[in-house]
Design a protein. Structure first.
Length: 260
């Protein structure tokens, strides 16, 4: 089932996609919502990010080729990580499908895409076993972890490099019927395929990452975890359009513009 979030009649609402219509619900998708009588055309809706999470987690250094490339650029040998690297992102950066990514005026120009699988938690908990972890996932969506590379190197944290307004496109919906093993992530820049990789070819998969987080932190319904990306990640400039497609979920498409 595909769940969307949108604005109608001045209020933010959730619904599920049925054919070319959205059936509106009362409540959040992961909390047993009740279906209402309202039906709206999917084509007529401007989709918002499919959720605003209580906590926004991000799993870094999670694909080998991406890590090997980064090490080579630093002139260092590749050393495989021995544990998950978990960070946080800011919800102010979230935008939905079709909304422009805005490059700040004082950016170095090295602003790059990172297409990522996003796991949405439906059932929370602490000390979740890896064997049980996927049963805590409500569904999956697509993220683009836009990154300003010079700021990423210069700052002690990623406060602006990855969290500037509009730097976290996500959507277009949450898909609950997903099989991780055969998924492919394809990224297109201006219609041309520039990156393609096996989505599930992670160093630390979704289940292992959930287990690692909950050794120390309680996950709650609506939390989400972005699962990292593989190489190449390329520069985007004003006028570009970037698309992240994950098979079995859909396509997240956003234009790029400069700050006015």
């Amino acid at each position: 089932m595909r769940w969307v979030r949108y604005e109608r009649a001045g209020a933010v609402r959730f619904g599920f996609v049925h054919g070319d219509e959205v059936h509106e619900v009362a409540g959040e998708p992961w909390s047993a919502p009740s279906e209402m009588d309202t039906r709206v055309s999917l084509a007529d809706l401007k989709l918002l990010p499919p959720l605003i999470p209580p906590t926004f987690y991000a799993a870094g250094v999670n694909y080998r080729k991406h890590l090997m490339s980064a090490a080579a650029k630093r002139g260092e040998p590749y050393v495989p990580p021995v544990q998950s690297h978990i960070g946080y992102r800011a919800v102010n950066a979230l935008i939905g499908d079709g909304t422009p990514i805005v490059i700040p005026r004082d950016s170095s120009g090295r602003v790059q895409f990172e297409g990522e699988l996003v796991a949405v938690i439906g059932r929370g908990g602490r000390h979740i076993r890896e064997a049980d972890a996927l049963s805590h996932v409500f569904g999956y969506t697509i993220g683009n972890d836009v990154s300003e590379r010079e700021w990423q190197k210069a700052d002690r944290t990623f406060w602006r490099a990855k969290n500037a307004d509009t730097f976290k496109p996500m959507g277009p919906w949450i898909e609950t019927e997903v099989r991780l093993s055969p998924m492919t992530t394809t990224i297109r820049l201006n219609g041309k395929v520039v990156s393609e990789f096996d989505t599930n070819d992670m160093i630390f998969g979704v289940a292992k990452t959930i287990a690692e987080i909950t050794r120390y932190i309680t996950l709650v319904p609506g939390d989400m975890i972005w699962m990292g990306t593989d190489d190449p990640t390329l520069d985007m400039v004003a006028g570009d359009t970037v698309e992240v497609e994950i098979s079995g979920i859909g396509v997240l498409r956003n234009p790029v513009k400069g700050e006015s």
